[in-house]
Design a protein around this ligand. Sequence first.
Ligand code: ASP
Ligand code: MG
Length: 425
Amino acid sequence: MIQPLVYKFGGASIKDAAAIKNIAQLVKKRWTASMVLVVSAAGKTTDRLEQLIALSFQGKRFDTELIELLDYHEDLCRGLFSTDHAIFSRVDNQFAQLRRLLENDTLKEEEGFFYDQVIGYGELISTRILQEYLCETGSPCLWQDARELVRTDSTTKMARVDWALTMQHCRRTLIPKLEKFPVVTQGFIGTDLLGNTTTLGREGSDFTAAILGVSLGAASVTIWKDVAGILNGDPDLFPDAVKFEYLDFEEAAEMTYYGAKVIHPKTIKPLAKHNIPLYVKSFVNPDAAGTIIGSFGQAPRIPITIFKDHLTLIDLRIRDLSMVGGFHFEFIYEVAKKANWRIQLIQASAAHLRLVIQDMPSTEEQLARPFRDVFHVQIKTHLKMITVKNPTDAEIKHYRQVTETCHLEQKSPELIQWVYEQEED
Ligand code: ASP
Ligand code: MG
């Protein structure tokens, strides 16, 4: 029984020819047949595809933007291959397909569906380039369409994984290949039961790495990043942030919930369930240790600071003189469930409930309406939150000053959070 290694490479790690050369070296040094490389779109390609999709959906012209994206990929290839290499016509072909999809009005009945059919082209193209380059430089490997592996429901832009089917397809399609060669495949995309392309949500390639890791019974999953590992604060804001050598699954999952951006939030749970260690390592300094996330139990009690933005505060004050009770909580959960809100924090006092949710594309009135019969409602959007785990007194003092425009503070022995006004970007 093989125990594959899963490596995930994000857009920054393959953003230009030099970056791809670095990845090729990194991979070559760690070469083993049963290796799966899960790859994102190159650089900012997905953002650019989102622009193209929006233009095309609104019936606007998109030629200039499409040609710019093609130029970017051709440039990248020129830095890697001789000019007569077959990769150039491959990339051209992919762009011709992309153009046909963008021009196909029959796909445009629903924006989410159209988005899903187009957005994965970044990954489809980048994986072709990387696979060709690895083969060319003495690391023979196979290309695999991830849509044959990752099976999902039909929810657009945020499909849910059908684990049983995905496992079946991985065993049937991927294992026989991995017995001979490493495989390069795409993050982020899957297929529904009707054979349409689906996507796992922005930055979803980390999640793909976890899905494949679990489905294959991998020895480990490694996410290669441009940071040294997981730090206890954003290094741009905290120059003396320290890196965790080890982190428990639970602690890492909590950090992503509070807003840490190093790993996609859905990545940790499936790996924890199957006890597959997750390494976060630097592709700039690949021999350095990075962070290992696994079942380590209690984490060291060092302070961890995490920022999260784009939050909305819903302030509910009970209209009659009844005090907060089960009825009110039930009522709120019902509304939240129906509207698919992501609740970030709840605070209750005698006649007052405050909940913080992630910003929604709804108006304030739409958010408030379901509550009006029972509560006086006030809404504040575009808020930010700071979470400090294991805070010291100095940190508490510091952030109380920083968050002058604080709307809410919540404190327990191991955690303190402030929700405050976000400055205009
Ligand atoms: N390319 C996709 C995105 O940028 C998926 C990923 O990179 O994880 O969102
Ligand atoms: Mg990306």
